[in-house]
Structures are given as structure tokens and as C-alpha cells.
Design a protein around this ligand. Structure first.
Ligand code: KG4
Ligand code: ZN
Length: 357
């Protein structure tokens, strides 16, 4: 079955075509990707220091049709070859979701095809199945994106149980806010990570929030505040040379990354132990972070579990993960697909409430 996927939940417009034949025949799942196109709005939002929802919606409208053309062209297919359409139904920005939902539903009506609403995080957490090392069910997914930080138990496609989540800022949000404090552009995750590489370890004793809380929840707003306090303290000491200032920023970035990574790794280990799972999947934009990957690899070696990653280009938002998750759902009975033309978005939506029966 050939499924078209449309992602418009935030600031990336993603379109992709996925053919389930690869998955059904036991071939590497990545072979089912027939075509994909992506446009990132990051440059457009940068001047505002964050995503401007109205601008995001308008840009999705402008981009989605040309991206569909590009995807069809890459796949060498025509619209009549599509058999179902998957779109991100939530969570995300309401206006942005509406663009994808309206587009997918209209196209599905025009082609007389079923459409299926996909949970954005399901897209992220299944995307490691498209990587080189494939996780076995059941696995633990550490989902770390700009909007979410969650540990999920994944027993199969459409079988998810939330084990813990952030009580305040998401990991990506903590990266982005801290980046701003260190004078870096939005979104600052990748930039902080690079800066941290030039920093010295151990100069700042930043908190590792909820490390010993006994549960699998997270909290990152205190860590960001601790960074702010260090910046204020430094500013109060008076002016310093550019080199010293750059070193201060790099050292602080290093301590920030080390604290955040320590908490993510420790809670992931705890989730594996608690559930008896031996496979961990890292998903979401922060999953591109090299320090986090290195620390998880080390922990995996030490503690005897396997860790799996999506291909790096599929860590941040994209259309492939939505086409793929929608396609796998389409293979199950009672998957919730429909031919209804009603636009139905869910800006706030719990993943586990969308489990397959
Ligand atoms: O999953 P994603 O593309 O969008 C959401 O669904 O939120 O994640 C975006 C987040 C941003 O906060 C960005 O700063 C962060 O992922 N990010 C990173 C890295 N690359 C992207 N954070 C840390 N290190 C990175 N290399
Ligand atoms: Zn995302």
C-alpha cells in the first residue's frame, strides 16, 4: 500500500510517500521510502526568536503543494498511485495542523481515498524502525523534542504506555531557552551542542533536576534558571575580553548539556530496568544531539542494553515519519482511517489515548 504523508504541526512542511511492501516482506523498512520533500521555516522565524504561529500556517499553505509535486516527481508516481493519505492530526499549532488536515482531507476526497490522522509523537517514536539498527518490540522510547519529553513503553505499533514526562519545559525547549541566554540564535539545540564541545567540564555545578525523584518524570525549568543566574553573576562582575566571554559561554554550555544528558540517561536506564526491556529508542529533535547519543551508547555498553536511533535527517520533523506511522497503522484493522471530509485536528492529544485495539 502506497501512503502519502503530510506533516505541518509546527515549523516544517514535510511530504513523503511510503510503500508498505518493504515492511510486509521483511525488508529494511527504509526501502519503503519512495520520495520525500521538506521545507524548514527556521530562517523565517529566527528574527522573532521563536515560531510565530500565524506565519507558520501561511507558509505551510504556500509550500505544501509544490512539495507534493516534488515528492511525486522523485518517486516517479502519479496521484492515482496513492492508496491512502496520512496527516499529522496533533499535537501542534492549531492553524498549522489545520493546513495539513484540510489539504490531506481535500486531496483524499478528490481521489476517493481513506485518510488517517497520525499523532506527531508516534511518527517520531516509530522512525528508528527506519534506521540501520532496528529495535525489537517491546522497547522504551525516549522522546525528546521541542514540545515534549516523555518516556514511553512501546509494545507494538499503536500500543503505547506513558511512563513519565516533563512537568514543565521540554528538553528541546530548555536547549532553545538556554541558547538564547548564551546569545545563540533560535532554535539553539544544535548550536549549544557545538559550543559545549569547546567548553571545559566541571566549571559550573548546575543542578540535575529530579535525578533522584524515584519516578520517571523530568523537570528542566530549574536548570535553565540556574544558567540564567550564572549569566547574571558573570555580567555583574563587569566587562571582560571577548575570548574570556566566549570561554565562559562554552563552559556554561558544557555544564548545561552534561546536566541535562545525565538526567535523560539515568531516567532511561531506570525505565529499562523497571520494565525489563532491553531496547531503547531515541526519538525527536534532541535525538540529534551527539553528547546524548555518546552518553546513551556508553550506558548501553555498561548496562547491557541496545540503543537505536532514527537516521539523523529523520530526527527533526519530517513527512517520512508521518507517512510511515500512517502506513503501519493502515495495515491494522480498526485503524481509525476514514473517508470523511471533516477537518479534525487535535492540538493537544495524549498518544496513549490513540492506541490500536
Ligand atoms: O522534533 P522537533 O524537530 O520538533 C518538535 O516536534 O518539537 O525538535 C526540535 C527541537 C528544538 O528544540 C531544537 O533545538 C532541538 O530539537 N534540537 C537539538 C539538536 N537538534 C535539534 N537539541 C540538541 N542538540 C541538537 N543537535
Ligand atoms: Zn517533532
Amino acid at each position: 500500500m502506497i501512503v502519502l504523508g503530510i506533516e505541518t504541526s509546527c515549523d516544517e512542511t514535510g511530504v513523503a510517500l511510503y510503500d508498505t511492501a518493504a515492511w510486509e516482506n521483511g525488508r529494511p523498512a527504509s526501502q519503503g521510502i519512495l520520495g520525500q520533500a521538506l521545507h524548514s521555516q527556521i530562517a523565517m522565524h529566527r528574527d522573532y526568536g521563536g515560531v510565530v504561529p500565524e506565519l507558520a500556517s501561511r507558509d505551510h499553505i504556500r509550500r505544501v503543494l509544490p512539495l507534493l509535486d516534488e515528492t511525486m516527481h522523485e518517486a516517479g508516481l502519479q496521484l492515482k498511485d496513492i492508496e491512502a493519505i496520512a496527516y499529522t492530526q496533533g499535537p501542534g499549532l492549531a492553524g498549522a495542523l489545520l493546513v495539513g488536515s484540510a489539504f490531506a482531507k481535500s486531496l483524499a476526497q478528490g481521489l476517493n481515498l481513506p485518510s488517517i490522522g497520525v499523532h506527531h509523537l508516534e511518527g517520531h517514536l516509530l522512525s528508528p524502525l527506519l534506521g540501520a539498527s532496528v529495535p525489537q518490540f517491546p522497547f522504551i522510547a525516549l522522546l525528546v523534542s521541542g514540545g515534549h519529553t516523555q518516556l514511553m513503553l512501546v509494545s507494538g505499533v499503536g500500543k503505547y504506555e506513558l511512563l513519565g514526562e516533563t512537568l514543565d519545559d521540554a528538553a528541546g525547549e530548555a536547549f532553545d531557552k538556554t541558547a538564547k541566554l548564551l546569545g545563540l540564535d533560535y532554535p539553539g539545540g544544535a548550536a549549544i551542542s557545538q559550543l559545549a564541545e569547546q567548553g571545559q567540564a566541571g566549571r559550573f555545578d548546575l543542578p540535575k533536576p529530579m535525578l533522584h525523584s524515584g519516578d520517571l518524570d523530568f523537570s528542566f525549568s530549574g536548570l535553565k534558571t540556574a544558567v540564567l543566574n550564572q549569566v547574571k553573576k558573570y555580567e555583574a562582575t563587569g566587562s571582560s575580553g571577548a575570548d574570556e566571554r566566549a570561554q565562559f559561554h562554552a563552559d556554561l554550555a558544557r555544564s548545561f548539556v552534561e546536566s541535562l544528558v545525565a538526567v535523560l540517561v539515568s531516567k532511561s536506564q531506570k525505565a529499562l530496568k523497571q520494565t525489563g526491556c532491553q531496547h531503547l529508542v531515541l526519538a525527536g529533535g534532541v535525538g540529534a544531539n551527539l553528547q546524548l547519543r555518546a552518553a546513551l551508547n556508553l550506558s548501553a555498553k555498561k548496562n547491557g542494553f541496545e540503543v537505536h536511533y532514527p537516521p539523523v535527517d529523520l530526527c527533526t520533523d519530517n513527512g517520512v515519519m508521518i507517512a510511515f506511522a500512517g502506513a503501519l497503522r493502515m495495515l491494522s484493522a480498526n485503524n481509525g482511517s476514514s473517508k470523511s471530509g471533516a477537518f479534525d485536528i487535535k492540538p493537544r492529544w495524549d498518544l496513549a489515548s490513540n492506541n490500536l485495539s
